[in-house]
Design a protein around this ligand. Structure first.
Ligand code: 5GP
Ligand code: MN
Ligand code: MN
Length: 329
């Protein structure tokens, strides 16, 4: 990874140019946390023209509405049309940037911070580390390179990102380096218990009822994935409407699905439009679901991936099921 080139681009463009930070559509804790934490770092450096944004509906999921640095955010429509420097966070492919992808070719320089194995190789200066547990790991390294000290606000953003992508420090990529970074962040004075409660352990009562309904229609297919088993369910926009919930509440719904002991693979099909579905895939290790997602035009990590599917939910899942055997590791 080319940290020297990234620092050089920032030193060249940030003091007087327009700097636009972007992350992926439907931003999660890593996308928002790494982008806002890095943005606060640039603000500490005195960067005068600085915006952060993401494509699509300008809605920050409730768990992240207390993040420091939210005032950096502007809606996609207000983002600099011709920025001098674009810095991209947690984006595996340009398709995840929606209408903001056009800013990249217009900018003087682009820097990509990411950790997806499926990263397509877009952008100018590329800090893509598939061994990093979160994009915020890369962001912390670049901040150090720029001599920006961690303060409690930057640390909270980077911590939310790290905790989100490691599943609260439970997944395999929770290495000694991850805990060392967490230690540096916690040492700034942040409150891990309070942050975890806010981002993982808080949801509206209506979401609980919605989860019950969606989990109630889950189906187990023990023969799928060469006998390793697949569990799946789906949630419609009408389910959301009846329970008065916003789409992002479903981001947490894959977790109880993937806990099913009899299935290696979990699939959650979430309606996003007319016959259009955001498909979440999780594996316990037998199947490379990022390869499955890639086959349907998506991407992600070996054990957590996703794509956009079309048609009826049963057909979307059927197509996934038919592909699983090819990607048993
Ligand atoms: P989730 O299921 O939590 O939405 O996403 C899991 C992983 O898959 C994340 O790393 C995310 O970046 C990736 N992912 C989810 N949906 C898509 C998609 O439509 N396209 C691509 N390229 N990656 C996706
Ligand atoms: Mn992400
Ligand atoms: Mn990430």
């Amino acid at each position: 990874a080319d940290f020297a080139a990234a620092a050089a681009a920032i030193h060249r463009y940030a003091p007087a140019g327009r700097v636009l930070l972007v992350c992926h559509v439907n931003p999660d804790g890593d996308a928002l946390g790494s982008m806002l934490g890095f943005g606060l770092g640039l603000r500490r450096l005195g960067v005068p023209a600085l915006q952060a944004t993401f494509p699509g509906a300008f809605e920050v999921p409730e768990p992240f509405t207390a993040l420091p640095g939210l005032d950096l955010l502007v809606p996609e429509e207000q983002a600099y049309p011709e920025p001098d420097l674009v810095i991209v966070f947690d984006v595996a492919s340009e398709s995840r940037l929606g209408g903001l992808a056009d800013r990249l070719p217009r900018a003087g320089a682009t820097i990509v911070l990411d950790h997806h194995a499926s990263n397509t190789g877009f952008g100018g200066v590329r800090l893509v580390d598939a061994g990093a547990a979160a994009t915020s790991v890369v962001a912390e390294q670049l901040l150090a390179r720029l001599d920006v000290p961690l303060d409690a606000e930057i640390a909270e953003c980077l911590y939310v990102a790290l905790a989100t992508d490691t599943g609260s420090f439970r997944f395999d990529m929770t290495t000694p380096r991850v805990h060392e970074m967490a230690a540096r962040l916690i040492a700034t004075g942040l409150r891990p218990g309070e942050i975890s409660r806010r981002i993982f352990d808080t949801r509206p009562f209506g979401a609980t009822k919605l989860f019950a309904e969606v989990l109630g229609r889950a189906e187990l297919d023990p023969a799928a994935a060469a006998g390793r088993g697949m569990v799946w369910t789906y949630a419609t926009l009408d389910d959301l409407r009846r329970h008065g919930q916003r789409p992002y509440v479903m981001d947490a719904l894959i977790d109880p699905v993937r806990c099913v002991a009899e299935a290696d693979v979990a699939v959650l099909v979430k309606q996003v439009g007319d016959r259009e579905w955001a498909v979440s895939l999780r594996s316990k290790g037998a199947v490379d679901v990022s390869a499955v997602a890639l086959a349907f035009g998506g991407g992600g990590h070996r054990l957590a991936a996703g794509f956009t599917g079309y048609g009826a939910p049963g057909d979307v899942v059927g197509a996934v099921r038919d592909r699983l055997d090819q990607h048993v590791i």
